[in-house]
Design a protein around this ligand. Structure first.
Ligand code: CP
Length: 304
């Protein structure tokens, strides 16, 4: 395996290897000296055609903690604006002796297209509405951290499932590890094919919260909506918004997750997002260790 393009084609063993390796790296980055020399012979380009805060910074920190050389590319301000193609852009970056490409792109399948045409490793940092594999891995790592294991847990993914790459990668990742998954949201934001993936479907957020051990809450992705969807943000927050009171009143504690960015006051109130139920910032912390593991394992396989 030379690339990480998605979770769909990983085995449970692949996932466990990445999570176990991430656990070792989490120990490393909690030491006073947070760096190891593992990738000092590797140069990585973070190629972002879409906006990002967490994923881009987390990959860059992961690369630096592994002692890789790092270059960052953002489409805005680049020659993409003059009409240069994706492949020309990446081939020019590779000509500067780059070994790995970490790419975010708005088109589903863009990293797959690239991986068929270049010799460097490709890591998908989110491709349109398709997959966001490192997010799903860090989410599973965070569930392991909090609840001991993923197997047997009930995870409700609540929100805009239709436009979410996080939802799809999480469904694959959780099911491969033996978790049960429910998706919850308005009918207009749940794709019809989703039931074929073996997940439960609910349109009632209270039902989802009462059912689950973990609620992974997603934002409404207005930037991906081609037409005006029902509900509006105000209607969404009225029917699906999660408050601290709703979490406090559950019969048993649940873990609240969100991949970020949060639309405070829409899918979550600030009180809920910042409450003791939430592990949202732990997810961000764990992202660095998980991305170190992915980069380290891909580099190891390429050296063989
Ligand atoms: N979770 C996530 O992908 O956040 P960013 O878009 O900020 O990278």
């Amino acid at each position: 395996v030379r690339h990480l393009l998605g979770i769909k084609n990983l085995t449970e063993n692949d996932i466990q290897l990445i999570l176990a390796t991430a656990r070792e790296f989490k120990d490393v980055i909690n030491r006073p000296i947070k760096k190891v020399p593992s990738l000092r012979d590797i140069t990585i380009a973070n190629v972002f055609f879409e906006n990002s805060t967490r994923t881009r910074l987390s990959f860059e920190l992961a690369e630096k903690r592994l002692s890789a050389d790092v270059v960052n590319f953002s489409a805005s301000g680049s020659s993409v604006k003059k009409g240069e193609t994706l492949l020309d852009t990446v081939n020019n970056i590779l000509a500067m002796k780059v070994d790995m490409i970490v790419m975010r792109h708005s088109s589903p399948g863009a990293p797959h297209y690239l991986s068929d045409r270049i010799h460097a490793n490709v890591v998908n940092a989110g491709d349109g509405t398709h997959e966001h594999p490192t997010q799903a891995l860090l989410d599973s790592f965070s569930i392991q951290d909090k609840l001991g294991e993923v197997a047997g847990k009930r995870v409700a993914i609540i929100g805009d499932i239709l436009h979410s790459r996080v939802a799809l990668s999480n469904i694959f990742c959780l099911q491969k590890q033996g978790a049960e998954v429910m998706v919850c949201g308005p009918t207009t934001l749940i794709p019809k094919y989703i039931a074929q993936l073996g997940v439960k479907v609910s349109h009632d957020v209270r039902e989802a919260l009462n059912w689950c051990d973990v609620a992974n809450v997603l934002r409404i992705q207005l930037e991906r909506q081609q037409i005006k969807y029902f509900p509006s943000l105000r209607e969404y927050s009225l029917y699906y918004g999660i408050t601290k009171k709703m979490l406090d009143e559950l019969d048993r504690p649940i873990v609240l997750m969100h991949p970020g960015p949060i639309n405070r006051g829409v899918e979550l109130t600030s009180e809920a997002a910042d409450s003791h139920h939430s592990i949202i910032l732990d997810q961000v912390e764990n992202g660095v260790a998980v991305r170190m593991a992915v980069l380290y394992l891909l580099a190891q396989m390429s050296r063989r």
